[in-house]
Each structure stands twice: as structure tokens, then as C-alpha cells.
Write a protein that binds this ligand. Structure first.
Ligand code: ATP
Length: 321
């Protein structure tokens, strides 16, 4: 392997930059020329590719987002588009590709692997919904961002004896809600596996208030309720407690990557280069029980998510006691 390219695809996530840096620097250390593909699969198709040999990647180690930009590019599902994208790599003599992205990006990576491009995928998404890794790149930073913001919300809710219904991201995976709930002592955590009605939330808020709680925090995963403000209205009506609804939205995606994020991203980036230099392809990198491991992308896409029902119940019980 003489040349290796890297791209970021789908939703951006803090930690992508330190992962790109690790791939670039480790490739250079192994005498492989690294290339940057700008704007994900879109840029790959359009040939937005440049050598990273003389690019200072070190300065991005502590920056959120992705300095090589990301894109959603549905056209990549078209085999003709993918063929043209492969030709862009062939033209430059690039043998291998590292894709950092979510499960959609993994599908694209698998198809490129099947076309003969040596492809390795890294889990880049704040949602922690890639089951071939205990932690996705971006998850730890997003979790810390959510916790910091909920602490702030708690301050004002406490001062006014209010309840807050806070919606967080997760794309169907409850980890951001679950663990931010545990870390902030949220009185109610609602995940996809443990859905409750707004009326039920209202009853718990009333009960918690009667128990002497001044402020109440309710954390809910996205896409469970149609409108968080409507939920807040119902909760206020049933509980009699002033209630505000808010979605943290895209602020969860930004920010300086945490220590754990930088370290895990670097470990996964280095593993990608190691596997590529051994001629491996079609693998997804992850960290499982502390070890950096590789799983065939196709298998990685099929691993079912761990059921978080019991954990949600357990954390709710703890926080409501
Ligand atoms: P996130 O979890 O942050 O949403 P993601 O990688 O799952 O990230 P998607 O928008 O689903 O985000 O996918 C990113 C890109 O991957 C798509 O815009 C498209 O270019 C490519 N892609 C997705 N699915 C496929 C597929 N079935 N075949 C080929 N390419 C795909």
C-alpha cells in the first residue's frame, strides 16, 4: 500500500479531527502517502482529493467538527456514481480508503470494498448507535456537552421550582439520554426501550414534587414525542408545576473533543492504518472492553443493539428515590 485516502461522511462528530490526524500521521510514519477527501462521498465522486503530505494536521487535534467537511450524498447509492468515485482514486493511484461515519456511511464503505478499494470504516457519530464498538467517535464529547447543559438548566429550574423536559439526540439509541440522565440525576429518563406517555411523566413530576423535589429534570431521546413543547404543556397541566420543554439540538454535535475522545479516536485511526498496511479491507474498527478490534463491516451492521430497558428502569429508580 503506497497511498491512502480518508473521508468523513454523515453527521459530523467531535473526535473526527483527531482521528484524521492519527490516520495521516501514522500513514506518514509508515511511508504511506495520506490524502484528504473533502465533503465525504460527494467530494470523492467530484475528485476533491488532495495530498496531506504538507498539511499541518496537528492544529486540528482539539477542534470539534471535521476540517475535511462532511456531506450527505444519496447519489452514492447509484453504482455508476460509485464507479466514477473509484476512478477518482484510481487516477491518483490511491489503493486504500478510511471512512469515518455512521451506519449509512458503513454501507457505502462496504460497497467500495466489494469494488476492490481497500476500505476500513471508523465509527463516527455522536449517537453511539454503531454496535461494533462500545463507544463511537463523538459520543463521549456529546455526552459531556449534554451534561454541562443540563447542569445549567438545573440551576435555573431549581431557582424557580420548575420542571424541564429536555430532548437529546441518539437516532434511536438511548445511550445519550440514559447516561446523561444518570450523570445529572434526572428524575425521569425516557428511552426508546422505555417509553412513557406525557401524562405519566406529569404524574411522576407531581409525585416527585410532593416528595420535596424543587426542580425536576426529564431527559427524553429524540423522535419519541412529536413536539417537546406539547409534552411540557401536558406535564404542567397534570403536575401543576411550571414546565419548560427544550431540545438541545445541534449544540450537542459541536465542541472540543474530550480527553477520552481524542485518545480513542487516535487509537482507532492508528488501527485503521495498521490493518490497511497489512492489506486488510472491509473491516470496521471499534473499541470493545478496552481493546481496539476489527469486525467485518457487514457483520458490524448486523450486531443488535444491547437492550437498555433494565438500565433505564434502574436509573429511573435510583434518581426518583
Ligand atoms: P449519522 O449516523 O451521523 O447520520 P450516517 O453515516 O449514518 O451518519 P447517512 O446520511 O445515513 O449518515 O449516510 C451518509 C452517506 O453514506 C449518505 O449520504 C450516502 O452518501 C452514503 N450511504 C448511505 N447509505 C448508503 C447505501 N445504502 N449505499 C451507498 N451509500 C450509502
Amino acid at each position: 500500500i503506497k497511498k491512502i485516502a480518508i473521508l468523513t461522511s454523515g453527521g459530523d462528530a467531535p473526535g473526527m479531527n483527531p482521528a484524521i490526524r492519527a490516520v495521516v500521521k501514522d500513514a506518514l510514519a509508515k511511508n504511506i502517502e495520506p490524502f484528504l477527501v473533502y465533503e465525504g462521498y460527494k467530494g470523492l465522486h467530484e475528485g476533491k482529493i488532495e495530498s496531506a503530505k504538507n498539511i499541518n494536521v496537528d492544529k486540528y487535534i482539539n477542534r470539534g467538527g471535521t476540517f475535511i467537511f462532511s456531506a450527505r450524498y444519496p447519489a452514492f447509492k447509484d453504482p455508476a456514481v460509485r464507479q466514477e468515485a473509484k476512478e477518482q482514486l484510481d487516477k491518483l493511484g490511491i489503493d486504500a480508503l478510511v471512512v469515518i461515519g455512521g451506519d449509512g456511511s458503513y454501507h457505502g464503505a462496504q460497497l467500495l470494498h466489494e469494488m476492490g478499494v481497500k476500505t476500513i470504516a471508523l465509527p463516527g457519530t455522536i449517537d453511539n448507535d454503531i454496535t461494533s464498538s462500545d463507544f463511537t467517535i463523538g459520543y463521549d464529547t456529546a455526552l459531556n456537552t449534554i451534561i454541562e447543559n443540563i447542569d445549567r438548566i438545573r440551576d435555573t429550574m431549581e431557582s424557580h421550582s420548575r420542571a424541564a423536559i429536555v430532548e437529546v439526540m441518539g437516532h434511536g439509541c438511548g445511550d445519550l439520554a440514559l447516561y446523561s440522565g444518570l450523570a445529572t440525576g434526572a428524575e425521569v429518563i425516557v428511552t426508546n426501550e422505555c417509553k412513557i406517555s406525557p401524562e405519566e411523566i406529569g404524574r411522576i413530576v407531581k409525585e416527585q414534587t410532593e416528595k420535596g423535589k424543587n426542580s425536576i429534570i426529564v431527559i427524553v431521546s429524540e423522535h419519541i414525542y412529536e413536539n417537546i413543547h406539547d409534552v411540557a404543556k401536558i406535564v404542567e397541566k397534570i403536575s401543576g408545576k411550571g414546565t419548560r420543554g427544550m431540545a438541545l439540538e445541534h449544540l450537542q454535535r459541536g465542541g472540543i473533543p474530550t480527553a477520552a475522545e481524542r485518545i480513542n479516536s487516535a487509537r482507532m485511526g492508528m488501527k485503521a492504518v495498521e490493518l490497511i498496511s497489512e492489506g486488510k479491507s472491509g473491516l470496521a474498527i471499534g473499541i470493545i472492553k478496552g481493546a481496539t478490534v476489527a469486525t467485518p463491516i457487514l457483520e458490524a451492521l448486523k450486531i443488535p443493539r444491547t437492550d437498555r430497558t433494565e438500565k433505564t428502569k434502574k436509573f429511573n429508580k435510583l434518581n426518583q428515590a
